[in-house]
Structure formats: C-alpha cells, structure tokens
Write a protein that binds this ligand. Sequence first.
Ligand SMILES: C[S@@+](CC[C@H](N)C(=O)[O-])C[C@H]1O[C@@H](n2cnc3c(N)ncnc32)[C@H](O)[C@@H]1O
Length: 227
Amino acid sequence: MNNYESTIKFWDKRFGKILSTDKRYDPSKPMTIIEIEEGLRWLINETDSIIDFGCGTGNILFRSLFLGTKKAIGIDISRRAIELANDTSITNKMDTKTDFKIGGVELLKKIEDNSIEVGASFNTIDNILPDDAVFVLQEMNRILKNNGKLLIKLNDVIPKKVFDEDDYFQLISENFYKEKSGLYFWNLSDSIFKEIINPYFELVKYVDVPFQKTNYKNRLYYLENRK
Ligand SMILES: C[S@@+](CC[C@H](N)C(=O)[O-])C[C@H]1O[C@@H](n2cnc3c(N)ncnc32)[C@H](O)[C@@H]1O
C-alpha cells in the first residue's frame, strides 16, 4: 500500500481547485513573506541549479529562476501540484529551465551525486514519515555539491496539551501523528531536528517566520552541506 494515499488526496484536491482557476504565480513579485524572500536570496546567490523537495506549486523555483538561477528541479507527490507547476512554467516561459517530477522520496535516488548546487524543502519533511524525512536529508547531502546550501522550513512545534485535548491528531508513534485531514504531522522539536541534520549539514542561521495576527510561526533553517 502507498503510505501517502491520503496525503495525495488532500493535496490533489487543494491544488486541483487552483488549477481550475486562471490564478498563476508571477515570479517577478517578491515572495509575500519577507523572511522567505530573504532566505531565498541567501540560498540562490550566484547559483545555477536548485532542487525543491515537496515543491507544491513551484513558486520558490520560479522566483529563483526569475532571480537568475538557470535550472530548477521540483519533486512533488501530488499530480495536481505538478500539473499546476508545469502550467505556471509555461505561462512564464520558463519551461526550458524547469523539470517537475511526480513522486516521493524514491525519485531522489535517480539524481546524480554532487549534481545540484542548492536545495529547498518547505513544510514537507515534517509532514512525511520520519524515516523518509531523514532519507531526504541524506539524499540532499549526496546530491548537493560541496558547500551546497539547503533551506528548510518547518511547521511550528505544537504543545503536548493540544494533542491530549484534541482528537484531530491520531498518535502513530512518538511525536508522530496522522491528522483528520489525512496529512501526517511530525511534531519535530528544534533539538531533534538539529540532531538529524548534524551528520549532513551545518546550521548557519535560524529565523522565525511569524504568521500575522496569530501566535503560530514557521521555522526557517539555513544549512550548509558537510562535504
Ligand atoms: C505544505 S505543502 C508545501 C508546498 C511548498 N513547498 C510550499 O511551501 O508552498 C507540502 C507539499 O509536500 C508534498 N508532499 C507531501 N508528501 C510528500 C512526499 N512523500 N513526497 C513528495 N512530496 C510530498 C505535498 O504534495 C505538498 O505539495
């Protein structure tokens, strides 16, 4: 059985709705969240190639291409996300520079060692199985060139009492849940994340990405490959 059936269903529905409109991302506009625009500029400074795991609509890749990156690879398990990304790529005449692939972590194995300069993965590795998340980081270490950079954005950590009080989250294993939405959620603490990345990447900067008018935030990790 595919472990990600309900994940695919969730995201296909979400991206399918956008596909049915004519709303497409305009890469000439800076990312709306300033911390993301700044992180991206650090990531792609004078680099030719980028890979995004769990790329969704591909916005990060399109913005990178607009800012001068020459080649962008996006991987996403949602067929609709990739359809939308390909459509946006054509709309913006960027399709000779993009390579969008439908699938999960297994696709990383097909990419050559030291072949890409920088990588990104936003709000994905804490929504997949923990073993797969660790695999993504190992593979990024292998695929990215010497001193290659990686920008990872994680969801916020949720206080334990929320899980105790709320049946929205079904516990699967320690700190790992399946939401009623069908998505997985790994309540990945900062210290566990640092332990996981440590063999592969050095943490060079950390930034909070606050959400306006809520107490919720995302966490942005600037990483450099240990090779
Ligand atoms: C929260 S969205 C983030 C999308 C994009 N990175 C962004 O920040 O806008 C998570 C994305 O991860 C993708 N995804 C979830 N599980 C995946 C898996 N096992 N392999 C590849 N992509 C996956 C989903 O289809 C979805 O597009």
